[in-house]
Design a protein around this ligand. Structure first.
Ligand SMILES: [Zn+2]
Length: 348
């Protein structure tokens, strides 16, 4: 791979540029390595527990009943390799790791895992929500963030030579902070400069996805390469969902496998996989099939197969067959898992 190799029309993985046809079934929002430790616990860490996650404590840890610092970290290469091999055995071929600034991105370890498993890994870039960001970011400009993201996409990210292939997940909260808006502004400039797609992590407010889409449209930019993540914990009514879809943005249900309806960070009723599929079906039936993605957003240990969870294999092993039983066609499934990821990850 040389710096002069044309990027347009290709997909940037952590191992280099590949032909879009090579991607196959793709998970568009995952984390292979991450540190999601909440900022207050980072500043004042409780003493590390001795025990690891086991049969007798995994339910309580997954539910949030027991604080368990290690649950916030995915940091074991051998476990990551085994979990991605399970995904491949179930029919998955590619995965997007959206671990960005504030979440401890580890590009070199993604390279190691991609080599060991043969899974195509595309890496994100940019920064997560306000409180996770480095304090130095508070005085940086939108142009500075844009420059950084362009470099991460075209030269290398986080002190390595490994290039990102998508922008995001760009962190937003409700209310949307000034810093987060500057990062978003930078992300839009980087999008225009590099032809990469953008993934947005919206705040936990049903109107924030539309606020972000309006922010982008107000700058005269199209939103058909903008993915709004975490719709399953953000929008609960059909009317809002369809209004958002009508803008042309891509709507991502990325918490598949999270079957506990209790949600730790807010008092919401998290849908289960059946309810997620009902919303996906509504969008497909209303003509929005080309704008829907599904993924797991695995970011804690208890969601990995080796710690009592569903793992990256769940959508391929369980959800795709269930979609066919629920009135989705094979073409619907292929569009959601193959065609739309391929369109978004192809640099334009
Ligand atoms: Zn995520």
């Amino acid at each position: 791979m040389s710096a002069a190799e044309p990027r347009q029309g290709r997909v940037q993985t952590v191992l280099g540029l590949v032909d879009p046809a090579e991607l196959g079934p793709t998970l568009m929002h995952e984390h292979v390595f991450i540190d999601l430790t909440p900022p207050p616990l980072r500043q004042n860490p409780p003493p590390e527990q001795e025990a690891d996650i086991e049969l007798c404590n995994c339910w309580g840890i997954a539910y949030g009943q027991k604080p368990f610092m290690r649950n916030y970290r995915l940091d074991e290469t051998d476990v990551a390799v085994a979990e991605l091999r399970d995904m491949k055995a179930a029919g998955g071929a590619s995965l997007v790791d959206l671990t960005v600034g504030g979440l401890n991105p580890q590009p070199d370890r993604l390279v190691e895992v991609a080599r060991a498993t043969g899974v195509h890994i595309v890496m994100g870039c940019g920064h997560y929500v306000n409180d996770y960001q480095h304090p130095a970011n508070h005085t940086r400009t939108a142009d500075d963030f844009a420059r950084e993201m362009v470099e991460q996409l075209t030269v290398g990210a986080w002190g390595t030579q490994v290039r990102a292939g998508i922008i995001g997940e760009i962190g937003c909260q409700a209310p949307w902070t000034d810093l987060e808006q500057r990062v978003m502004h930078g992300a839009l400039n980087a999008m225009q400069a590099t032809g990469a797609a953008l993934n947005v992590h919206p705040g936990r407010d049903a109107d924030q996805p539309m606020e972000v889409v309006d922010f982008i449209r107000a700058r005269g930019l199209p939103v058909d390469r903008v993915v709004i993540s975490h719709i399953d914990r953000t929008i609960f009514d059909d009317e809002r969902l369809l209004r958002l879809a009508d803008t042309g943005c891509v709507i991502e249900f990325d918490l598949f496998g999270w079957e506990q309806t209790a949600y730790p960070a807010a008092d919401i009723d998290m849908p289960n996989d059946g309810a997620r599929l009902r919303m996906v079906k509504l969008l497909v039936d209303r003509g929005h099939r080309d704008q829907v993605l599904i993924s797991h957003d695995i970011c804690t240990r208890t969601r990995l197969g080796r710690y009592g969870g569903h793992g990256y294999q769940h959508i391929f092993a369980n959800i795709a067959p269930r979609m066919l039983r629920r009135g989705f066609t094979q073409a619907d499934v292929d569009t959601i898992l193959v065609k739309t990821p391929r369109r978004l990850l192809t640099l334009i």
